[in-house]
Write a protein that binds this ligand. Structure first.
Ligand SMILES: C[S@@+](CC[C@H](N)C(=O)[O-])C[C@H]1O[C@@H](n2cnc3c(N)ncnc32)[C@H](O)[C@@H]1O
Ligand SMILES: Nc1c(NC[C@H](O)[C@H](O)[C@H](O)CO)[nH]c(=O)[nH]c1=O
Ligand SMILES: N[C@@H](Cc1ccc(O)cc1)C(=O)O
Ligand code: SF4
Length: 427
């Protein structure tokens, strides 16, 4: 399976180097010049880029922006989707997670397939093309539940794309049903699973994982399940959760590992860096001296930019998570190598449970404004990055000042795109 677009498809390399590169120190400059000429940034060179400050960091951003332009042109995409978390009951005890509850907790939740279908139907009626489904690993759950969810949604909404189940949930379902990863995944695909979130990756390093979580899936198993998914033809996203007890060496190794997998499978659609949200996270609350309160602003900038540079030609979609960073910072990432703003989400819970205050939802109208205000062209895509609409009529009068906000107008999407149904029907 190959989802990669050929690199450099939009624009030829410019004659001159980005100006900022000239201001960089000699070692950083030589790595960046090599990257601009199409060379591959090694893990140790990646570490060096992650350590950049001042003029070096500016040069890293300029090169990330240039490589983004070559891969994606001016398009900045997003997907209209809804998150459905079918349960928050989970006994795995990941220390960074503020989402998991015990069954006796008053805010513990469990959704039956009919309730999930009802939410998916509401999302469809509001123009969503995707449902993003993840949940806790409920101790009493049947391993067949994952398939039941997929079957129930597909019966009601055959054209809804189901983006669901992290590798950790696949591990759980396969263990419970005593099936191999391959067979469990092939069965889900057959039932209608469209793609998987590459969450549960955190930092793919054994030492870091031991401290983040008691016995969450090992790094090796994450890779094995992702490779099995790609092998049976299920594309996945890739993620990295950074800014806690980790550092540049872990980040460069993690991204190199993703690149190696992609060279074999071509199954990753995008990388989504997930900034650690610390406020309501037990990991930070219990060890405030040892655990960082999320990444610094410089680290957020560098994460998106270095990821773009290291993955160039292999994973050409770098998504910023507005729910972790808020709309204003997400917009700034568009000049740090980012070409995708992810989903409208409708019901974001995981970041909010960890203390993030950026709301449950962002509307398509707001995303369009954010993208236009950055001077780029908004594009609505589906989950696997096929373009559905290009909003290229650019009226400067509309460029409302950007405000970071909570809540939203539930009808905004349909108001803005009344023609959507006809377009989807024609697909
Ligand atoms: C909450 S889990 C849901 C799926 C499944 N229970 C699992 O762990 O794979 C999805 C992902 O959310 C992310 N996440 C959880 N807590 C977070 C936090 N405090 N800050 C940032 N990301 C977080 C992690 O990357 C985690 O793998
Ligand atoms: N669902 C959450 C996302 N991103 C999901 C993406 O919107 C979408 O599923 C992906 O683009 C598929 O291609 N990001 C978060 O930080 N939090 C979520 O809950
Ligand atoms: N963005 C992830 C999904 C995700 C869900 C919840 C999170 O807290 C983070 C990430 C993906 O689509 O692959
Ligand atoms: S990250 Fe997932 S597995 Fe870990 S505690 Fe939270 S919900 Fe459970």
């Amino acid at each position: 399976m190959t989802l990669q677009h050929p690199a450099e498809k939009f624009a030829a390399p410019p004659a001159a180097l980005p100006v900022a590169v000239a201001g960089a120190s000699a070692p950083v400059r030589s790595i960046l010049e090599m990257a601009l000429e199409g060379g591959e940034v090694s893990e140790s060179e990646g570490v060096e880029l992650f350590r950049a400050t001042g003029a070096d960091a500016e040069a890293v951003y300029a090169v990330a922006d240039e490589l983004r332009r070559r891969a994606n042109g001016d398009h900045v995409s997003f997907v209209v989707n809804r998150n459905i978390n079918f349960t928050n009951i989970c006994y795995m005890g990941c220390r960074f997670c503020g989402f998991a509850k015990r069954s006796e907790d008053k805010d513990a939740e469990w959704l039956e397939p009919e309730q999930i279908v009802e939410r998916a139907q509401q999302a469809w009626d509001r123009g969503a093309t995707e449902v993003c489904i993840q949940g806790g690993l409920h101790p009493k759950m049947e391993g067949t539940y994952y398939k039941d969810i997929v079957v129930a949604i597909k019966a009601a909404l055959p054209d809804m794309h189901i983006h669901a189940f992290s590798p950790f949930e696949i591990w759980y379902g396969a263990s419970k049903t005593k099936m191999s990863y391959h067979d469990f995944l092939a069965d889900l695909k057959e039932a209608g699973l469209g793609s998987m979130p590459g969450t549960a990756a955190e930092i793919l390093d054994t030492d870091v994982r031991m401290q983040l979580t008691k016995n969450k899936l090992s790094a090796e198993k994450w890779v094995e399940i992702i490779r099995a998914a790609h092998e049976v033809g299920i594309p996945t996203t890739a993620t990295i959760m950074y800014g806690h007890i980790d550092g540049p060496e872990h980040w460069a190794a993690h991204i190199r590992l993703l690149r190696d997998i992609q060279k074999d499978t071509g199954g990753f659609t995008e990388l989504v860096p997930l900034s650690f949200v610390h406020t309501e996270s037990p990991l930070w609350a219990k060890n405030p001296d040892k655990v960082r309160p999320g990444p610094t602003a410089l680290e957020v900038d560098l994460m998106h930019a270095v990821a773009r540079i290291m993955l160039h030609g292999w994973i050409d979609n770098i998504q910023v998570s507005w729910t972790k960073l808020g709309a204003a910072r997400a917009q700034q990432m568009l000049s740090r190598g980012v070409n995708d703003l992810g989903g409208t989400l409708m019901n974001e819970s995981i970041s909010r449970a960890a203390g993030s205050g950026h709301g449950q939802e962002i509307t398509a109208r707001e995303l369009v404004q954010i993208i236009r205000a950055a001077g780029r062209v908004p594009v609505r895509r589906n989950t696997i990055y096929e373009i559905r609409d290009i909003y290229d009529d650019h009226d400067p009068e509309e460029l409302a000042p950007l405000v970071d906000r909570q809540g939203s107008n539930p009808l905004a999407f349909l108001e803005m795109f009344p023609e959507r149904r006809a377009l989807e029907a024609a697909e």
